[in-house]
Design a protein around this ligand. Structure first.
Ligand SMILES: Cc1cc2nc3c(=O)[nH]c(=O)nc-3n(C[C@H](O)[C@H](O)[C@H](O)COP(=O)(O)OP(=O)(O)OC[C@H]3O[C@@H](n4cnc5c(N)ncnc54)[C@H](O)[C@@H]3O)c2cc1C
Length: 433
């Protein structure tokens, strides 16, 4: 490709992004104006200016103060019903809200596990008392959560879990071990899967408990990752306790409840999920142009492949939104959820391999490589301790985990094969037939 054709191509790609903005109903568009006005008023001065950057100290202060501003504005979990502290937004208003926060590059969440996983699960399955007790604390950001599902020998085969809970008067007594518990060391509460009936088939003897983490029977040990952070933990329960009333969705009904939580985890923001990839693409393209990597055919082809794939992701997001608005819950929706999870995580692994080739081996050194705040490793780097790696390596390492958490790619393929395409099922244990 000659020089003129090359720059025409890259400029076309760069200019193409974000041009075809969607518009929704007049109500949703009126709501967009409201959100924009709030963001303009509440984000730090200069936020929207070209090249705006915060110092490390300013960023820290902002991260501390922003959740209370979000709470005061009513934007955390704004789609929840008003009676539980939400704004009762419609699906489309929720989408508009996510889009405007994404456009402004403003963080929208306080605590992922509370806002996105256990909160919606409680809305669906919780008793009135549980909703009244826990939802306001999730909304205010006062209560932080972790997810206690995986165990050393129960990950993909989650239903084989062995952590037990036994009723003792008004309390459950819990014994066992969880692993890969993200944010376990910061959490106040854990939504925990436990075996409450050892004699039933394995899916039928599980209960979903809400367990306080700060008690003598709970020991949390951080697992240090190659990038020096210890985001996830091992959690040991030795006669830990929680109230008898903290079982969600009924005793021995935890499998169904857990599947609701997993569905929330696997879902991505319908029309904004692709944005982070677009930003990474932009940073990679600019670097490739600057350092000459773009001259290589294979780099151009891989960049184009990445661009094409995140566009597919974007359109699949719109399909998901369409299905949600039409209230569809059929096999096509299950297929879309499972294929999206495997598609974006596998795409992103390839993209980070491409990024390494663009930025080059020296980007593995701590002061080199991408530094833009939109780069996934850039924020993680600030939290490093003991074993620092560059933002490039941090992003690269983390991309390797994406095809694992929330259900591995192989498990997603099993879901599509068995549940959607109706292919023969894997052989199961005797108690599952
Ligand atoms: C970054 C990160 C954060 C996480 N956070 C949490 C958390 O907060 N809370 C929590 O509970 N868990 C968490 N996890 C754990 C995660 O859910 C599990 O790692 C995942 O479910 C896979 O389980 P496993 O690691 O035990 O692997 P295994 O289930 O042992 O799988 C090993 C390999 O075998 C394959 N495999 C297994 N079964 C099948 C099958 N039937 N067919 C085909 N292939 C199969 C898998 O795809 C995988 O490649 C986290 C994981 C990561 C990486």
């Amino acid at each position: 490709m000659g020089e003129i054709a090359l720059s025409t191509w890259t400029d076309w790609v760069a200019n193409r992004q974000n041009r075809d903005m969607l518009t929704y109903t007049p109500e949703a568009e009126a709501f967009r104006v409201e959100v924009k006005a709030w963001l303009t008023e509440n984000l730090p001065k200069g936020w929207f200016d070209e090249g705006f950057e915060m110092s490390h100290e300013e960023r820290k202060k902002f991260n501390l103060e922003w959740p209370s501003k979000l709470f005061a504005g009513g934007w955390i979990c704004a789609t929840w019903p008003k009676e539980y502290g939400g704004k009762g937004l419609t699906t489309l208003e929720g989408v508009v809200l996510a889009e405007e926060f994404a456009n402004a590059k403003a963080p929208m969440r306080a605590d992922f596990f509370g806002d996105t996983l256990v909160g919606p699960t409680l809305l669906q399955w919780g008793t009135e008392e549980q909703k009244k007790e826990f939802l306001p604390q999730i909304l205010s950001g006062k209560m932080r959560w972790c997810q206690g599902f995986s165990e050393p020998n129960s990950g993909s085969d989650l239903a084989s879990l062995k952590t037990t809970a036994v009723l003792d008067g008004d309390e459950w007594v819990i014994n066992g071990q969880k692993v890969w518990t993200t944010q376990g060391h910061h959490a106040d509460y854990c939504f925990l899967l436990t075996r409450t009936d050892a004699n039933s088939p394995k899916h039928a003897g599980i209960s979903y408990l809400l367990v306080p983490m700060r008690q003598p029977g709970v020991e949390v040990r951080g697992i240090v990752q190659p990038d020096g952070t210890a985001e996830f933990c091992e959690v040991f329960f030795t006669n830990a306790r929680c109230s008898k009333d903290n079982v969600v969705g009924g005793i021995n009904n935890g499998w169904k409840v857990a599947n609701s939580t997993l569905a929330f985890e696997r879902g991505m923001s319908a029309t904004t999920g692709y944005r982070r990839f677009e930003e990474e693409y932009r940073i990679m393209l600019a670097a490739a142009k600057e350092n000459g990597a773009i001259e290589e055919d294979s780099i151009r082809q891989r960049l184009m492949k990445y661009y094409t794939k995140y566009q597919i992701l974007r359109y699949n997001g719109l399909r998901s939104l369409g299905a949600t608005l039409e209230g569809k819950k059929d096999m096509g929706v299950i297929a879309l959820g499972a294929t999206n999870k495997m598609f974006w995580t596998e795409m992103h692994k390839e993209a980070m391999e491409l990024a390494l080739d663009i930025f080059g081996a020296h980007s593995m050194l701590i002061d080199n490589g991408p530094k833009e705040s939109g780069w996934p490793g850039a924020q993680r780097d600030k939290r490093r301790d003991g074993y620092p790696v560059s933002p490039m390596m941090s992003a690269f390492f983390f991309s390797r985990s994406e095809t694992i958490w929330g259900g591995t790619s192989q498990i997603q393929r099993n879901i599509v094969g068995e549940r959607v395409l109706g292919l023969p099922k894997e052989p199961k244990g005797a108690d599952e037939k």
